[in-house]
Ligand binder design. Structure first.
Ligand code: ZN
Ligand code: ZN
Length: 171
């Protein structure tokens, strides 16, 4: 067995022999880092894939979900935030795949890693919040408003416009 080297590669010979048969498959293994903007799945994170595999004419379908941890920064206060993402997946594997639509059925094996990778990249939260009501940082003094109430005015006047106050327009 070399399953530990490519843990997301799954044999489906049993399904291909019997049209209409299906099987539940769970794979849990570490993956390399993925990142979108400032949010990433740290390298070595355990990715959980659970799918129902069904045989098709000349192929197989994988339908289920991917779960993976992520880490990023709160978009308001910049504190580190972590979470678990979950994404539904539905992929068709064929011996002669259509680019961008179906994936390769390689003999009697399929690789769930690109399925997991794509699902994670789509689901990484690019603007996470530490909590729904995070009050963020004061734009004037930078204080964390979740922790302190600074004395800054709520909406300081934009200095670019102050010189225009009192200006009159004459012909
Ligand atoms: Zn926050
Ligand atoms: Zn302030």
């Amino acid at each position: 067995m070399v399953a530990h080297r490519r843990p997301f590669v799954v044999g489906v010979a049993d399904l291909l022999r019997r049209a209409g048969s299906s099987r539940f498959e769970v794979v849990e293994a570490p993956m390399e880092e993925l990142q979108v903007i400032d949010t990433r799945m740290p390298g070595g994170s355990t990715v959980h894939v659970e799918v129902r595999l069904e045989s098709l004419n000349e192929g197989a379908v994988a339908r289920g979900a991917v779960e993976a941890p992520w880490a990023g920064s709160c978009r308001r206060c910049l504190k580190p935030v972590t979470g678990i993402l979950r994404s539904d997946v539905l992929e068709v594997f064929e011996a002669a795949p259509t680019e961008g639509e179906t994936l390769l059925l390689d003999g009697d094996r399929i690789d769930l890693e690109p399925v997991a990778r794509e699902a994670i990249l789509l689901e990484l939260p690019i603007a996470p919040l530490c909590r729904e009501d995070c009050r963020g940082l004061c734009p004037t003094c930078g204080a964390d408003r979740n922790e302190v109430d600074c004395e800054c005015a709520e909406a300081p006047a934009d200095p670019r416009w102050s010189g225009l106050e009192g200006l009159t327009f004459d012909e």
